[in-house]
Write a protein that binds this ligand. Structure first.
Ligand code: NAD
Length: 246
């Protein structure tokens, strides 16, 4: 592995897709800022990633809070003096039927999943130079409906739209912003609550015949974060084993 003189922040990185992304970027030689809600979790994940041979920094941050996002970016600059890649991965998907959904439920999902992308991207862009890359983790729920996830589907659709609009404004700074829309990925958050039966039912919907892994998503992030993707911006890359093809 060749160390790169590049620094990547990954939000929601203590487990699941975020940890997979942080690990894959580390294997490519990026220095990694591991961020999640609790400092102890960030430190545990950062210690594992340090073993891959890169420098890491652990910074707790609730991505829905402007002051905590400001601290995440300023700690990154204080430690590394630069910021090259931002991966907006943190997200929640609490199931609740639309009729039972409260305003508080709605506001929470919007704040953690969508407002966070606004807050983190805005703070990050101020520090990024030409060649900087933002990758947002959206979902196939931005294209198809899921019962019990009206707020989530809306928040992920919002990410796709924000990605397109921001891509236009960031083009003159030569900063790329793209989204990845995962299908069903085996993570503590998603499959933790799945019974063997619901797992089988989900797999039956996927032409590829299996759930995705965090690394399936992470390898797409590695590509979009690299200079091989310099001419790609404002796009949503679907990584779902073919789920949304039919
Ligand atoms: N797993 C899937 O099937 C799937 C499918 C499509 C999209 N996604 C998206 O991928 C991303 C990661 O999902 P996952 O399945 O790995 O979930 P997960 O629940 O396993 O991990 C999410 C992480 O985000 C953190 N987090 C939650 N709220 C936060 C906040 N306010 N600030 C900072 N961190 C916070 C959690 O602590 C956790 O570590 C999410 O944006 C999710 O919507 C997941």
């Amino acid at each position: 592995m060749q160390l790169q003189n590049k620094v990547a922040i990954v939000t929601g990185a203590k487990q699941g897709i975020g940890f997979g992304i942080a690990s894959a970027l580390a294997k490519e030689g990026y220095q990694i800022v591991v961020s999640d809600l609790k400092q102890a979790d960030c430190e545990t994940a950062a210690a594992a990633i340090t073993k891959l041979g890169v420098k890491t920094l652990a910074v707790a941050c609730d991505v829905s809070k402007k002051n905590e996002v400001g601290n995440l970016i300023s700690q990154t600059i204080k430690e590394f003096g630069q910021l090259d890649i931002l991966v907006n991965n943190a997200g929640i998907y609490p199931y609740v039927s639309f009729l039972d959904m409260t305003e508080t439920d709605w506001d929470k999902v919007m704040a953690v999943n969508l407002k966070s992308v606004f807050l983190c991207s805005k703070a990050a862009v101020k520090e990024m130079k030409a060649g900087g890359k933002i990758v947002n983790i959206s979902s196939i729920a931005s294209f198809i409906g899921f019962e019990g996830l009206a707020h989530y589907c809306a928040s992920k659709g919002g990410i796709n739209s924000l990605t397109r609009a921001l891509a236009l404004e960031l083009a003159n700074k030569k900063i790329n912003i793209n989204s990845i829309a995962p299908g069903a990925i085996e993570t503590p958050g998603a499959s933790g609550g799945m019974t063997e039966e619901t797992k089988k039912e989900t797999i039956a919907l996927i032409p590829w015949g299996r759930l995705g892994t965090p690394d399936d998503i992470a390898q797409s992030v590695v590509f979009l974060a690299s200079n091989k993707a310099d001419y790609i911006t404002g796009q949503v890359l679907v990584v779902d084993g073919g789920w949304t093809l039919r």
